[in-house]
Design a protein around this ligand. Structure first.
Ligand code: GLC
Ligand code: GLC
Length: 815
């Protein structure tokens, strides 16, 4: 079954039937206010922090799964329907949902009426603005009623879902004209309220959920809507909602438009009230004035479109492969921006009340958005670095609103510190801004303990070296990149966190992955240190790198592939000697990316083993064979049924590592094949895949799972950034470097002629690539403005605003 397709010209994904195999969602908002919206108009909104500042309620784990959102009901005669099909599920005569960049258009038609709802979060505003246009396409006059509905969350989403003994008594609203104000807790410590308004006079409203629905009804059958009259209820405790009723008459061919606003409004403490108990509505009036007319709405949509045009023009490829182009040019970059905004906080799989921003996640995500929003990447780095501890370790997560480390999770994930070096290197290569290295950044958010950023990097680097195990490899701590390989935790109590339970600090469990990562960041670390006057530190790096490389070759090689780890008893993990979990993907990817084993021919062996043992039609599994039972000394990884998540699922995040590793060996064809297998736009069976075809999912069920090929956890995954990095830098080969732009493609044979536009450090490079090298990397000859270049780095000229023409020709080596 096909549920949708790409409209490349308008950069939209067009869903043609509402009953997609799972909710297919979009993200609206780019600054402080965000809305998740599904193809049936489900979802919710929040300001800055999905946990602490939730405007509308969403019940996860609901049945049906996607219930709750901003819903419009149209009642014409006895027929009640929704333009997005849900929640009444009245069969529609037509339906279409277009998810665009920062906006979503849902259109439904019934009995000659067509309703088109366009939702966006305008730049510069803290509001979800929805224009609903209704057209009478029949040849007779029509009279009908339009109803809106949202259900408010009492701000703190966790408390809202748990603390009913209090919350059923706190709800408060005000209604003035067409504006409904949700002001729970505004009487005490909150300085903010929510507005839900429409730009036209209403006939009636409701603000009490049970009054609107009827005490035993759901949103599929709101009593007041079916009766045709809202009851002007004023919520007092219980569950405040916002519902408008408008009576509409349309002559044949006539169209009417309505603008609905759901806004976050804030006042200074001294200006909270205009009379005792009456909220100051000035900020609400300002936003209603800003979106009172269709022209204003059109302008905000146009502004959003040009914002995205501008962003996406920084990197564009035309390869002759439309599926590749649409992923690289639009959807992959779009997903990277969403991971910048959300980290792993709010999706249809992340409830917004669990994990905040991950230290490692957010530093990796940088790879995907640093070229788009370098200034915000800079701030992100400084925020993350401020959650590092003085000994170099790091809080594993932090809350976006407070920017403070989460102490419930704490630290002890021993790869975390190194990701900081990794992220900063990506930033400096893109921007050339070495001043960031001197920026003063606190440790543990304590301004008393501020040091320049380069000192944070030094502590990261030194932390790894200060925590080595019996083989001289880095100690793993609670976990490394694989959060679920918990070699020191030994949890036996049901329900207890696998990671934060007692950490035995065996001093024995070591990670080959972190070793590979350490070797991999050494060159960047040295480059950064020498760029901020730390020549002595930089000078020591090559020796330390070589030492670690040798240790990996000596103790981290299993004969056919790289070992994964040593457990707390000093036993091998990820070895042919193990009964289960004999080979893991992570060290194969990371060690080869770091160059370990290339000269010795071991890198090739390791990647061959990946193809033989881990590769499947849907991508590369994380490990094989999966663990068939729970092993306390391995932790959460063995808690998953075989084939899911880290226990042998296709964990998409690390597939691009292997693609990149393949390019290190010059295997363009193999690298591309890995890229293609997990690319959502390349997936043919949309029913099996289940999740959105325009974004990556964290995991696809592996070969050992009953539902092999079924994806889960779409949107918020490091897969987005890594796949963008793999395709644009390692395969298409345009690589930002400290001193210029390196041209170094490694292509599959069928990509023969390509054009890439890349804006870099203020200039635009128009790069034409011709590939005569087949599936291998071949030999590159490069011309810049018609002049043959000696190497393959396009140097910085000190100028900006220029357009440079570059030609790159790959020929067969020895051919
Ligand atoms: C999740 C986490 C990420 C971790 C990965 C593997 O994607 O967000 O931090 O590296 O799982 O466990
Ligand atoms: C990773 C895993 C997830 C686990 C989490 C714990 O994200 O994918 O299954 O619960 O780590 O931090």
């Amino acid at each position: 079954m096909v549920y949708g397709s790409f409209d490349d010209a308008s950069r939209e994904y067009v869903i043609c039937r509402p009953d997609t195999p799972s909710p297919w969602i979009n993200y609206l908002g780019n600054e402080d206010f965000f809305t998740l919206i599904s193809n049936t108009s489900g979802g919710y909104s929040f300001y800055k922090d999905a946990r602490l500042m939730r405007l509308t309620r969403y019940r996860y784990n609901n049945a049906p799964r996607d219930l709750g959102g901003q819903y419009f009901y149209i009642k014409e005669g006895e027929t009640v329907w929704n333009p997005g099909w849900m929640p009444t599920r009245t069969p529609l005569d037509r339906y279409e949902c277009r998810h665009g960049l920062g906006y979503t258009i849902i259109q439904g038609g019934k009995n000659g009426l067509v309703a088109r709802q366009t939702s966006l979060v305008p730049l510069g505003h803290n509001a979800l603005v929805t224009r609903l246009e209704i057209v009478n396409q029949s040849d007779s006059a029509k009279s009908f009623d339009l109803f809106s509905s949202v259900e408010f969350c009492l701000w703190n989403a966790l408390d809202d879902a748990t603390n009913f003994q209090r919350n059923y008594s706190t709800g408060e609203v005000e209604v003035e004209g067409s504006a409904i104000y949700h002001k729970t807790e505004y009487r005490e410590r909150r300085n903010h309220y929510a507005l839900y308004s429409v730009n036209q006079p209403i006939n009636a409203f409701d603000t009490d959920r049970e009054a609107f629905l009827g005490p035993y009804n759901g949103y599929d059958a709101p009593e007041k809507v079916f009766a045709g009259h809202l009851g002007n209820s004023i919520a007092s405790g219980w569950s405040p909602v916002g519902c408008h009723q408008l009576a509409i008459n349309l002559t044949p061919g006539e169209m009417k438009g309505f603008i609905f606003i759901l806004a976050y409004c804030q006042n200074a403490p001294a200006d909270k009230f205009t009379a005792p108990g009456v909220i100051n509505k000035a900020p609400a009036r300002a936003v209603m004035e800003a979106f009172a007319t269709d022209t204003q709405f059109e302008e905000s949509l146009a502004a959003l479109r040009s914002y995205w045009d501008q962003l996406l023009s920084i990197y564009q490829v035309s390869s002759g492969e439309e599926t590749l182009d649409r992923m690289v040019n639009v959807w992959n970059q779009y997903q990277c921006m969403v991971t910048f905004n959300m980290s792993r906080s709010a999706s249809y799989y992340e409830s917004g009340i669990g994990r905040g921003m991950g230290f490692r996640d957010s530093t990796q995500d940088l790879l995907g958005f640093v070229h788009l929003i370098p200034e915000r990447a800079r701030q992100r780095i400084l925020d993350i670095a401020a959650t590092q501890m003085a000994d170099g370790s790091a809080y594993h997560q932090y809350q976006p609103l407070t920017k403070r480390g989460n102490s419930e999770v704490g630290s002890g994930f021993n790869d975390d510190p190194l990701w900081l070096i990794f992220g900063v290197a990506a930033y400096v290569k893109e921007t050339g801004d070495t001043s960031i290295l001197d920026a003063m950044v606190p440790f543990d958010n304590d301004p008393e303990q501020a040091e320049p950023l380069y000192e944070h990097l030094r502590r990261s680097f030194r932390y790894t070296l200060a925590n080595l195990g019996p083989h001289g490899l880095p100690l793993i701590g609670r976990a490394d990149w694989n959060d679920c390989l918990n070699l020191n935790c030994f949890s036996n109590k049901p329900g207890e966190s696998f990671q934060t339970t007692a950490n035995y600090e065996s001093g024995v469990a070591e990670s080959v992955f972190i070793a590979g990562m350490f070797v991999g960041v050494c060159d960047d670390y040295a480059a950064l240190m020498s760029r901020c006057g730390q020549a002595v530190e930089a000078g020591e790096v090559p020796k330390l790198k070589e030492q670690m490389r040798r240790r990996v070759l000596k103790s981290g090689w299993d004969g056919e592939w790289f070992l994964r780890a040593f457990d707390a008893h000093g036993k091998k993990v990820g070895s042919h000697e193990c009964g289960e979990g004999q080979i893991y993907i992570e060290p194969q990817g990371f060690c080869v990316m770091a160059g370990i084993g290339i000269e010795e021919g071991l890198a090739k062996k390791a990647l061959d083993a990946v193809w033989q043992r881990l590769m499947s039609v849907h991508g590369i599994a994380l490990l094989t064979p999966p663990y068939s039972r729970y092993y306390p000394h391995l932790g959460e990884i063995s808690s998953y049924p075989p084939g899911y998540k880290e226990n042998g699922g296709i964990f998409c995040h690390n597939n691009p590592w292997v693609a990149i590793a393949e390019t290190e060996l010059g295997h363009g064809g193999r690298a591309y094949e890995i890229y293609r297998r997990i690319s959502p736009a390349h997936i043919e069976d949309q029913s099996l895949h289940l999740t959105e075809p325009y974004v990556y999912s964290q995991m696809i069920a592996g070969p050992f799972a009953p539902r092999f090929g079924q994806a889960k956890n779409s949107w918020l995954t490091g897969t987005a950034a890594w796949c963008f990095h793999a395709i644009t830098q390692s395969i298409l080969g345009v690589k930002p470097r400290y001193d210029g732009l390196l041209i170094d493609p490694c292509l599959p044979a069928f990509l023969r002629v390509m054009h890439i536009t890349r804006r870099f450090r203020g200039n635009t490079y128009l790069i034409d690539i011709q590939n005569h090298a087949g599936d291998e990397k071949g030999k590159l000859s490069l011309t810049l403005e018609g002049k043959k270049m000696a190497g393959n780095v396009l140097p910085l000229t000190g100028e900006t605003g220029k357009v440079y023409r570059v030609e790159a020709v790959l020929t067969k080596t020895g051919g």
